[in-house]
Structures are given as structure tokens and as C-alpha cells.
Design a protein around this ligand. Sequence first.
Ligand code: URA
Length: 238
Amino acid sequence: MRLDKYLADSGIGTRSDVKELIRKGRITLNGETIKKSDYKIDLELDRICLDSVPVLYQKYAYYMLNKPAGVVSATNDNVNSTVIELLKNENRKNLFPVGRLDKDTTGLLLITDDGDFAHKILSPRKHISKTYLAQLDGELNESDRCRLEQGIDIGDDKITLPAVLKHEVNESNLIRITIMEGRYHQVKRMFQAVDRCVLTLKRVQIGDLKLDESLAEGSYRPLTREEIALCFERPSAL
Ligand code: URA
């Protein structure tokens, strides 16, 4: 593999950033400074450092995006902007969103090029929880809340799995809902089944991974290894 690709894939910068680091002599290979971007390296044997700190190769990329409304969760679209277009500076070609949020839904969306990871997050058998904040058009009474918590008929073959609902403090129509599935328009359809309309929807958590609220809508950042593992944990606050 070329040295510049190794460095860019490892997340230390874009291809042009890493070329600059190489040109400035900040990259060493087995202790020797290398100034050729196309130098061929051996993934098994070579030790690459930036300013003497080892750079570990990351086979796959994992990002958290704070999805804005108005863009679609797709890799290509002839009409709308896609979430992938928001990752402007990334050189990875095979990135895709892990599942779909509706065009008007905001919040936590994972982007990766790791198909196995996406499958584990999305597979209905794995029961990875997804938590949303839903602003409703009115109050939710206790009986409707119980129906949603027990599992409700939304017109599919099966009723939904039990959900967990909490009212946000001081916000009577704002509900935090955690579901263990990812059916089409699931949250909106669940509230529709109790005659409530979702005015806005934001995903705030996947497993025990929370949306980094310091990310402005439309911004993204790489996930740390610990954060990748958190996606598979049961939410600590449930
Ligand atoms: N449920 C919905 O209804 N919409 C989403 O975007 C996600 C979950």
C-alpha cells in the first residue's frame, strides 16, 4: 500500500494533508524519514510514525454525523443532497450511512465503509436500541404510553417490540422513546397508532453511544474505538 493512503486511511488527514506531512519530514518508517508519498509499505511489517508517535492502520472508517433536516440518508440521489456529500474531506470511496433516517429527521447517523458493522447495528435479531426525541402535537396520556411500551399494532405482520418512553422534564409534548427495531417510519407510525403526530424527530442515541451535542447539524467526526464498542451496549440510562 502507498504511504499516503495508509496515513489518510488511518485518519490523520486528507491525502493532501498527509502529503504535506511527508514532505515536511514528519513521517518515519521503521525509524527512517520517508519523503516519498508513493513509497510502498508492508502492512504487516512496517512501523509508521508521525512525530515519533505510531500511526495505527484503520481498515475501516467510522463517523458520527449530526444529520440536518433536508438531506437524504443515501449514497446517491438525483434530486436531494445526501448525507455522504456532507463528508467533504474524506477520501474513502465506499462510505455509506448505517440505516436510514427520514429526510426531515435530524441527529445521530453513523457512516462507515464496514459492512459487517452496519449489519450488526441494523439486524433485527441483534436488538440494538435506538433512542429518539419526538416532539408531538399534543400530550400523550398514560394509557397510550402503556400501549406503546407494551408493543403496538402499526399495520405490519407483527406488533412492535416493547419500547421505553420518558417525558422530557418541563416539556410535556417532548418524548424520549427507545426502540429495539428499525422498521420503516417506525417512530412516526407508533405515535400515529395512538392518534398523535410527530412534529420533529431527532435521534440522540444508538446503543449506549450518544450524539455528541457539540457537533453542529451537518458536522461529523470520527468515532473512537471505545465509541464503536458503545453502539453494542445496552443504554445505561434505561
Ligand atoms: N422512525 C421514524 O419514523 N423516522 C425516522 O427517521 C427514524 C425512526
